[in-house]
Design a protein around this ligand. Structure first.
Ligand code: C5P
Length: 248
């Protein structure tokens, strides 16, 4: 039996959206974004555990027996918005069990707080609260690879051309986009590995969980196939795209 923990991090201030309330609480397809994200992860992990997920690369290690495994959800929110969240849950009759945890100063501190909610978890997924479109295939590939190899992140090819900006004089040079991948969430880890990585002191180079594991020297992070639909809602244009994708 395994305990899989999904930490949904939603304690950021979301200033790029330009709205009064943080973007994770904006409504998309009739529900706050972060509620949709919790629903998606609840369903995606359940489908993995019941063997219903498509597209899983069966060559990545042997899948341990996941019979009787349980899935726990921790939601990390800005402390000041926890009462508002409770109101939203009542208003939308949101019944998926989850533990609410107050966030920290940076994403690193928020994840650390989430880890503390279920310190016995065998596998931990960390997912951005503003990614309500992580499909079953993405979720399954990450869990399976994390179980087999310890650490896994979903990635997609970069579609735009890329330029490196050097200095502050407007000079830039083209770089080969084939050498890069854009990193998504959920990112998946064996629990012991992630807890050890997060016991490190904070470093400004920590941008996501993979960077914490990598910079703590605890091992390599495997790449799995992400999805172009698994967008991070950051701007008003992203919100419009998410609305269309969720309706579809
Ligand atoms: O700032 P950025 O968009 O990279 O944030 C990624 C995710 O981390 C978002 O879901 C955001 O709400 C979350 N976050 C957090 N605590 C912070 C900062 C960001 O949970 N202090």
């Amino acid at each position: 039996m395994h305990t899989i923990l999904t930490i949904v991090v939603a304690a950021g201030s979301g200033t790029r959206m330009g709205t009064e309330i943080p973007k994770q609480f904006l409504t998309v397809d009739g529900e706050p974004i972060v509620m949709k994200t919790l629903r998606r992860m609840d369903e995606g992990v359940a489908r993995f555990l019941t063997g219903c997920s498509p597209d899983v690369d069966k060559t990545v290690g042997n899948l341990p027996n996941v019979d009787n495994s349980v899935h726990k959800l921790a939601l990390v929110l800005p402390e000041a918005y926890i009462p508002y969240w409770r109101e939203l849950c009542e208003k939308h009759r949101f019944g998926i069990p989850h533990t609410v945890v107050p966030g920290g100063e940076t994403r690193f501190h928020s994840v650390k707080n989430g880890l503390g909610a279920f310190p016995e978890a065998d596998i931990v997924l960390v997912h951005d609260g503003v990614r309500p479109l992580a499909g079953d295939g993405v979720v399954a590939r990450v869990i399976r690879t994390a179980m087999a190899l310890g650490a896994a992140v979903p990635v997609v090819p970069v579609v735009d051309s890329l330029r490196r900006i050097s200095g502050g004089d407007g000079h830039s040079v083209a770089v080969d986009r084939a050498e890069f991948r854009a990193v998504q969430t959920p990112q998946g880890f064996r629990g012991d590995l992630l807890r050890e990585a997060y016991s490190m002191p904070y470093d400004e180079r920590f941008t996501d969980d993979a960077s914490v594991v990598e910079l703590s020297g605890l091992g390599a992070v495997a790449l799995t196939e992400g999805s172009p639909a698994n967008i991070k809602i950051t701007t008003p244009a992203d919100l419009a795209v998410a609305q269309v994708l969720l309706e579809g």
